[in-house]
Ligand binder design. Structure first.
Ligand code: PHE
Length: 358
């Protein structure tokens, strides 16, 4: 075998054994690059006679063509091999069990708020918010509770030092100031709910200094108590998941609604056990009423043109009823065993189609 055949055989063998495109490129340069072995042999032809050059040129070209073809072929093979290698290295096993540390639970308060938002969103309500630190004006005065009004005493208010501008401030005692904020900012029609933290200086079996409420406010040109009743009935049946749950409106008093009504839902207390449903007994769950004309006027809304209804409900209270949680104070203990028991799995998002909670 002459040297040309040897070179060809050796080169083809290296090409065949090149393991990746970088190795293949190395072979190509070593043979056909500027200083490559075949390139050098081509250069040597200068010294040959024309006849010799012709024969030698043909032989060299044949080797070059064979080498080029081999490189092309190997390049194609390597492409497939490298793709497979990459797919194998980037493979994700989606059947792996979730990481054991993802054991967090949604707190029953958050779950309850999410459920309420899902129900009211389906009725066209949007969620509004306000700050925990409120002006005395928004929390009381604008809601038709002037200074010296006896209703202020009932709220066990936490008072704060006045703001830089001298405005009296409080920790909001209810979510009703969000009504004021909403009506000062937006023109009717208005349809909002406002869930959030509220504060009263009170602590016993059924009261904690921090608790949660959800407020509802609807303002329009022809809103009446029938709308309030339908809205609350729809909500209560969806929330407690009892299709024939009865509700009852009982006359009451709030300075910011006229008329005002306390809402009761049906229940039974037989054998000392509380059970919700159409059983003849009643349980109070929220305050409500038609927004007082003075409140509308305090927010620059023409009370001869617009009316509306509002309601407010304690979130812990209805969460305890729905989920059978016996002790109010346990909501705020941050006890992991309690949370594991009463908490909800994060991926079970409440929605009306799939069911609010499972
Ligand atoms: N803000 C009242 C409370 O805290 C509840 C309420 C809200 C009543 C809206 C009527 C209308 O008790």
């Amino acid at each position: 075998m002459d040297t040309l055949d040897t070179l060809k055989a050796e080169t083809l063998a290296t090409i065949a054994s090149a393991n990746d495109s970088a190795a293949l490129e190395e072979v190509r340069v070593a043979v056909m690059g500027k200083k490559g072995s075949i390139t050098a042999l081509m250069g040597d032809m200068r010294n040959l006679s024309p006849d010799e050059r012709k024969a030698r040129g043909a032989a060299l070209n044949a080797v070059k063509t064979a080498v080029e073809a081999a490189i092309e072929g190997r390049r194609g093979e390597l492409k497939t091999i490298e793709l497979e290698r990459r797919l194998a290295s980037e493979r994700i096993d989606v059947t792996l069990a979730p990481r054991p540390e993802t054991q967090g639970r949604i707190h029953p308060i958050s779950q309850t708020v999410d459920e309420m938002v899902a129900i009211f969103a389906a009725m066209g309500f949007t969620v509004a918010e306000g700050p925990d630190i409120e002006t005395d004006f928004n929390n009381f005065t604008a809601l038709n509770i002037p200074p010296e009004h006896p209703a202020r005493q009932m709220h066990d208010t936490f008072y704060l030092p006045p703001s830089a501008e001298g405005a009296a401030r409080v920790l909001r005692t209810h979510t009703s100031p969000v009504q004021i904020r909403t009506m000062l900012k937006n023109k009717p029609p208005i349809r909002i709910i406002a869930p959030g933290r509220t504060y009263r200086s009170d602590y016993d079996q059924t009261h904690t200094p921090v608790f949660h409420q959800i407020e509802g406010l609807v303002i329009g040109e022809d809103i009446h108590m029938g709308h309030l009743k339908g809205c609350i009935l729809e909500f209560c049946r969806a929330f407690f998941q009892i299709d024939d749950l009865p509700i009852r409106f009982r006359p009451s008093f709030f300075p910011f609604t006229e008329p005002s009504a306390e809402v009761d839902i049906g229940c039974s207390r037989k054998g000392g056990e509380l059970k919700l449903g159409n059983h003849g007994d009643w349980l109070e769950i929220m305050g409500s009423g038609m927004v007082h004309p003075k409140v509308l006027e305090n927010c620059g809304i023409d009370s001869t043109k617009y009316q509306g209804f509002a309601f407010g409900m304690g979130i812990e209270r209805v969460a305890m009823l729905k989920y059978g949680i016996p002790d109010l104070r346990s909501f705020f203990d941050a006890d992991l065993r309690w949370l594991r028991h009463y908490g909800f799995v994060p991926l079970d998002q409440p929605n009306l189609a799939q069911g609010l909670s499972r």
